[in-house]
Design a protein around this ligand. Structure first.
Ligand code: ADP
Length: 170
């Protein structure tokens, strides 16, 4: 599995699956979630609503992940995962690791071979970007599956990208 980190806008990535730092309501929002919904168009929200109605009435739990189509994005799938929110006292690193692990498992389930991740929880949810980088890289590196060929971290802003590059180089 190749693992890389680039600075950029995840919505323009032409990988098989883009991971969304969603909220548990799966209703879109700000940050990367809002950008993904805006770029994908309204079918993404419809799919999220259907998923909630069918399976996740109480919302998607923190650390869980689920796939939908990707609307007008170049990717084929969006994998929605809910990061822990530090402002709500969700400080357990295992919850964040679970986001990366479950997203990879869901990618394998749908047959995605290339996958792009944002810095889950490093925005509004208040986690330190260096800590997110450490947990993300460690979890992806120790993932036992072999079906995914490429994991690309796509980071907004040079400082966050630098944390991921340093972690990958370490
Ligand atoms: P969370 O609520 O999980 O913290 P945010 O969307 O607030 O999620 O932020 C997560 C990270 O995604 C932040 O580093 C933010 O700068 C970044 N981000 C925002 N928009 C994009 C985008 N279009 N592509 C990649 N990363 C983005």
């Amino acid at each position: 599995m190749r693992i890389e980190a680039v600075e950029g806008d995840i919505t323009t990535e032409s990988v098989d699956a883009i991971v969304n730092a969603a909220n548990s309501q799966l209703m879109g929002g700000g940050g990367v979630d809002g950008a993904i919904h805006a770029a994908a168009g309204p079918t993404l929200l419809h799919e999220c609503r259907r998923l909630r109605a069918a399976r996740w009435h109480d919302g998607l739990p923190v650390g869980e992940a689920v796939a939908t189509g990707a609307g007008e994005l170049e990717a084929q799938w969006v994998i929605h995962t809910v990061g822990p929110n530090r402002h709500r006292g969700q400080t357990d690193p295992d919850l964040l690791a679970s986001c990366f692990r479950r997203s990879l498992e869901v990618a394998e389930e749908v047959g995605a071979r290339t996958i792009a991740f944002p810095a889950i929880s490093a925005g509004v949810y208040g986690w330190d970007a260096a800590e997110v980088a450490a947990i993300a890289v460690d979890t992806v590196r120790s993932h036992p599956g072999h079906e995914v060929d490429l994991v690309r971290f796509v980071l907004f802003g040079a400082p966050v990208a630098q944390h991921f590059r340093e972690t990958l180089g370490a």
